[in-house]
Design a protein around this ligand. Sequence first.
Ligand SMILES: [Zn+2]
Ligand SMILES: [Zn+2]
Length: 162
Amino acid sequence: MLKLDIRKLDNEGQMFTGKVQVDALELEITDPSVDLSFGDEVEYSLHVSSVSEGVLVAGSVSVDVNAECGRCLCKYTFKLELNDICHFSEEVKENDLDVSDDIREDILIALPSKLLCNEHCKGLCTNCGKNLNNDPCDCDNNTGDDFDKEVNPWGALDDLNV
Ligand SMILES: [Zn+2]
Ligand SMILES: [Zn+2]
């Protein structure tokens, strides 16, 4: 769990920074169709302040995500960064403010649905299956351009500038 000790919280609020194990946060992907896994730790930098009738938690968290590119199928890791965390908790009776559920949900919602190792990834040749990011293949009918047009609506215009 990610608990913040707010016993010493005063009017100025308090900053909490650190790392929490992904396991301790019970952060896991439950949807079997999503092929992602998390790194070991979630880094957090959260400011807790007293407001009327509760406390406000605001700040940022980040975690490494291991994914597979939807085009070239390579494995890659990216850092998921959330910089606009903001949660309000009503009257906290305990000494610790448990933000586990909020942070876990924030991270799961922020996961991208489209996974690309890089937005210009050329993918695999549909003919020979070669990874076109390394080298063009010998098939003349597939240069990977189709993929670029798919992500870039102006890709067709680039061709006119030749
Ligand atoms: Zn790729
Ligand atoms: Zn090919």
